[in-house]
Design a protein around this ligand. Structure first.
Ligand code: HSE
Length: 300
């Protein structure tokens, strides 16, 4: 009558793949606990780690809205449970914070109901959490948080999403500066038109990144981690972006870009030692500008 679910942080976009690439890291991640209660209704009893900032109303929180939609879909009425959310990552960080809550929430509810749906089938519900949190139902955070690994979203309508293998020695360094960026705002500033020249460059990099990951060609992965469309616009919101990116690359990272909608930066490296070295250099570069940051190194 009670369950607990964990959902990891994720890196969306992965440089060239705006809204179509994302991967999960090992930690941090959000944890949701559910307990049945006799009275109907989904009630948020506690949220830890949000400094009181997230809504306690079940219809307005990404962790519970997904549960309500799932119950509706299954035609279950008068269901009662208490929800406790442990937020283990900062809000507005570019680490897929709302996605981790939605995924942990929908996975926990599915389990409490005896797992009527597969993980793949839970995806549209988790995406509704993203729609509520950011105004757009993108799947590049919820997809990898739910399915694990490196995810490609080939199409949204109809939804066509799958995972691809990554080389064994590929590590991610995620550096979160103590700044907040709202995904809604970071999407609003993007232009709707893209030039043919930039489309060609971006398509080449998308193809190169997929091929590099699948062939374990680290050089190709690095060369393909280039975003000519989104990064030039969004990087303006991140102080020291160019210097921190340069610090990662000159300290051995294969490539470096914005994680999701920022302000976190991520780098990919071959081997854990290299990923740690890049993280130290990135953190020092932020520190030189008086910006505190936290570093997470993880296999993908
Ligand atoms: N693809 C989304 C965006 C991810 O960049 O807006 C948000 O984390």
């Amino acid at each position: 009558n009670s369950v607990k679910a964990f959902a990891p942080a994720t890196v969306a976009n992965v440089a060239c793949g705006f809204d179509i690439f994302g991967f999960a890291i090992e930690e941090p991640g959000d944890v949701v606990e559910l307990r049945r209660r006799d009275e109907p209704g989904i009630v948020i009893t506690d949220i830890f780690g949000d400094e009181g900032r997230l809504p306690r109303n079940a219809e307005k929180n990404a962790v519970t809205v997904v549960m309500l939609r799932l119950l509706e879909h299954l035609g279950i009425q008068d269901f009662g449970c208490e929800v406790v959310l442990h937020k283990n990552m900062p809000l507005g960080s570019g680490m897929g914070s709302s996605a981790a809550s939605s995924v942990a929430g929908v996975v926990a509810m599915n389990e409490l109901l005896g797992n009527p749906l597969t993980r793949q089938e839970l995806l549209p519900f988790a995406m509704e959490g993203e729609r509520m949190a950011s105004g757009s139902a993108h799947a590049d955070n919820v997809g990898p948080s739910l399915l694990g690994g490196f995810v490609v979203i080939r199409s949204y309508t109809p939804l066509d999403i799958f995972t691809i293998p990554v080389p064994e020695d590929l590590y991610c360094t995620l550096v979160h500066p103590d700044i907040e960026i709202n995904t809604k705002d970071a999407r609003f500033i993007l232009r709707n038109e893209v030039s043919l020249k930039n489309t060609i460059a971006q398509m080449g990099n998308v193809a190169g990144l997929v091929a590099g990951l699948m062939k374990a060609d680290y050089e190709l992965i690095g060369r393909s981690m280039v975003d000519v469309i989104i990064e030039p616009v969004r990087s303006i919101l991140i102080p020291e972006f160019n210097a921190v990116k340069q610090a990662a690359i000159s300290n051995g990272a294969l490539g470096c870009s914005i994680s999701g909608s920022g302000p976190s930066l991520f780098a990919l490296s071959r081997g854990m030692e290299s990923a740690i070295k890049a993280g130290n250099a990135m953190q020092q570069q932020f520190a030189a500008a008086g910006i505190e940051s936290s570093v997470h190194v993880s296999a993908i």
